[in-house]
Design a protein around this ligand. Structure first.
Ligand SMILES: [Zn+2]
Length: 386
């Protein structure tokens, strides 16, 4: 696994998807595309047809058509945490989740996995996965974030009894703010190697709340704040704070109250229809998180209106993610999501010098931009109904 050959493995994956998922084949055929003959090298990657994430929505009623295997071979349907009541539904097998863990473990330095203390703003992976689980074609639904939590919990080797702050309460979850207060008081001025991980909104809210009646703490230079699962638009699942959280504002305020340096803030980005997560470290110069694209995945930024690939630094567009691993049960090899991203560099991180593409995530496309791309996004949905 360490010496993975992305292009070779990606080709295998896209050919398999073409052969096993009829809906994807329909899209390829309509573009006169056949991955067996048309995919050869890095230069041909932009021509690979993509599916838009909207086709995985429950309301599109196509998720069954986007499988590569029969539902009886699935282990679960992973679902997104939907604010609108219209989640994405993606059929998965456990072997794909394990593959993902293997890949993420190859390089997890930014995530600082071996902290001595972890305080997590999520429920336990078990509680999260099983939250409101139902059966579809005899297979259980599971929260995708719950599955990611599971992977990260194993990678982080949470041996020192991590604190999961979200406790089940009357069919929902309730945050144990006292446990958080205890945690930060216990570690105040001790310079411990610790991490606060989890939901952006919940971390932000907890800090805003405690700020009102206690003095800031000093968790020190070895502490890390690792957010994941989105929420920057102020909404996540059933929680809404009514306004967007600016990334720089989050980092400045949380950094100040907890006494953790701004460069120790990291954020993980992924979505239910995708496989490999990407992680960014905060840059006070760029006032945003700089996400490194790892060697086991590729990202293409596409113009919001024309959907043509963009290549220049500062270009902004829709995010397409190409997966070689972890999508053996569904058509997830090439997906376009309605999140906007900006190219920071095509080859090297301007802050830490690491090689590879670097992007900023800007958030959900909206307003007039959404109209333009919404029309385009629906084309994929109609086609795959055949
Ligand atoms: Zn970097």
């Amino acid at each position: 696994m360490g010496n993975l050959d992305f292009l070779c493995d990606f080709k295998e994956n896209i050919v398999d998807q073409y052969e096993k998922c009829k809906a994807y084949k329909v899209i390829c055929d309509s573009q006169n595309y056949n991955p067996t003959t048309d995919f050869s090298d890095e230069g041909s990657i932009e021509k690979v047809p993509f599916l838009v994430t909207t086709v995985f929505k429950k309301s599109a009623d196509l998720f069954y058509n986007l499988l590569r295997v029969s539902p009886s071979e699935l282990d679960k349907w992973t679902v997104s945490s939907s604010t609108s009541g219209d989640p994405s539904i993606v059929g998965r097998r456990n072997e794909d989740i394990l593959k993902l863990k293997e890949v993420v473990s190859l390089d997890n330095k930014i995530l600082d996995p071996y902290c001595d203390y972890n305080c997590v703003f999520y429920p336990t992976p078990y509680d999260m996965k099983n939250y409101r689980s139902i059966k579809i074609m005899n297979k259980p639904t599971e929260s995708y974030i719950g599955n990611m939590l599971d992977i990260f919990s194993e990678i982080f080797d949470l041996k020192y009894n991590p604190i999961f702050l979200l406790k089940p309460y009357e069919g929902e979850f309730r945050i144990d703010i006292d446990a958080f207060e205890d945690f930060i008081k216990t570690h105040n001025k001790k310079n411990h190697h610790l991490a606060l991980r989890g939901s952006t909104i919940l971390i932000y809210n907890a800090v805003q709340y405690l700020k009102k009646y206690m003095k800031p703490v000093q968790l020190g230079a070895k502490a890390l704040v690792h957010t994941g699962g989105g929420g920057w638009d102020g909404k996540k699942g059933s929680i809404s704070i009514g306004s967007k959280i600016e990334r720089w504002k989050f980092v400045e305020e949380v950094s100040e109250f907890l006494g953790i340096p701004q460069e120790n803030f990291v954020d993980t980005y992924s979505f239910t229809e995708n496989s490999f997560p990407i992680t960014g470290h905060y840059s006070s110069k760029f006032k945003s998180y700089l996400f490194h694209i790892p060697r086991w995945g590729r990202v293409i930024i596409r113009d919001v209106k024309t959907l043509k690939p963009l290549h220049n630094v500062h270009d902004r567009g829709l995010l397409q993610m190409l997966n070689a691993y972890g999508t053996s049960s569904f058509a997830g090899a090439s997906v376009l999501v309605d999140d906007l991203a900006e190219i920071v560099s095509n080859d090297r991180c301007p802050e830490c010098g690491r090689e590879g593409m670097v992007i900023k995530i800007l958030g959900r496309v909206k307003g007039s931009e959404a109209k333009g791309c919404g029309a385009t996004l629906n084309v994929g949905g109609n086609k795959s109904e055949n």
